[in-house]
Ligand binder design. Structure first.
Ligand code: IDP
Ligand code: MG
Length: 156
C-alpha cells in the first residue's frame, strides 16, 4: 500500500460575489465531497494592503484597480484545504479564469459568466499556495487534525 503526499495544502477563497450570492456552502461541499480536508477557514473584509500582496503579479494589468474594488466590495471566505495533489485538483474544480471558457461542472462554469465576477480563487502552484497561505493565515489558525476516514480517503 502506498501512502501519497496527503499533506499538500492550497488556498481557496470565496470572493465577495460568491459570499453575496450565498454560494459558500455549495463551494465548501464540493471540496468536502472530493475528499479534501479543511484545515483553516475564516471570513474577513480584506484590506487593500493584503490584496496588493496577494495579487502582486497583476499590479500592472489594466483591470487591477477594478479587481481591488471587486475584492474589497464585501467579505470573503478564505480556506485552506489539504490532500493529495490538492493544488492542481482545486484548479480543475474551480475552472478557467474566464467563466465563459470554464467547463460545466466547475465552480466558475456553473456559477458565473464573466471574468470580473468569477466567484472563487484557488492557488495556481505549490509555491503560490505556500506564499498565499502564509499571507492569509497565521500558523496557529491552521489545524493539524485526523480525519476519521483518513485510511479510506488518503491511502491508495
Ligand atoms: P486565476 O484567479 O484563475 O488564478 P489570474 O490570472 O491569477 O486568474 O487573475 C486573478 C483574478 O483577476 C481573476 O480570478 C479575476 O478575478 C481577475 N481577472 C483576471 N483577468 C481579468 C480580466 O481580464 N478582467 C477583469 N478581471 C480579471
Ligand atoms: Mg491566479
Amino acid at each position: 500500500m502506498c501512502v501519497p503526499d496527503v499533506r499538500e495544502q492550497t488556498l481557496v477563497a470565496v470572493k465577495p460575489d460568491g459570499v453575496q450570492r450565498r454560494l459558500v456552502g455549495q463551494i465548501i461541499r464540493r471540496f468536502e465531497q472530493r475528499g479534501f480536508k479543511l484545515v483553516g477557514l475564516k471570513m474577513l473584509q480584506v484590506s487593500e494592503d493584503l490584496l496588493s500582496q496577494h495579487y502582486c503579479a497583476l499590479r500592472k494589468k489594466p483591470f487591477y484597480p477594478s479587481l481591488l474594488h471587486y475584492m474589497t466590495s464585501g467579505p470573503v471566505v478564505v480556506m485552506v484545504w489539504e490532500g493529495h495533489n490538492v493544488v492542481q485538483t482545486s484548479r480543475v474544480m474551480v475552472g478557467h479564469t474566464n467563466p465563459a471558457e470554464a467547463q460545466a461542472g466547475t465552480v466558475r462554469g456553473d456559477f458565473s459568466f464573466h471574468v470580473s465576477r468569477n466567484v472563487v480563487h484557488a492557488s495556481d502552484s505549490l509555491e503560490g499556495a505556500q506564499r498565499e497561505i502564509q499571507l492569509w493565515f497565521q500558523g496557529k489558525e491552521l489545524l493539524n487534525w485526523d480525519c476519521c476516514d483518513q485510511s479510506i480517503t488518503c491511502e491508495v
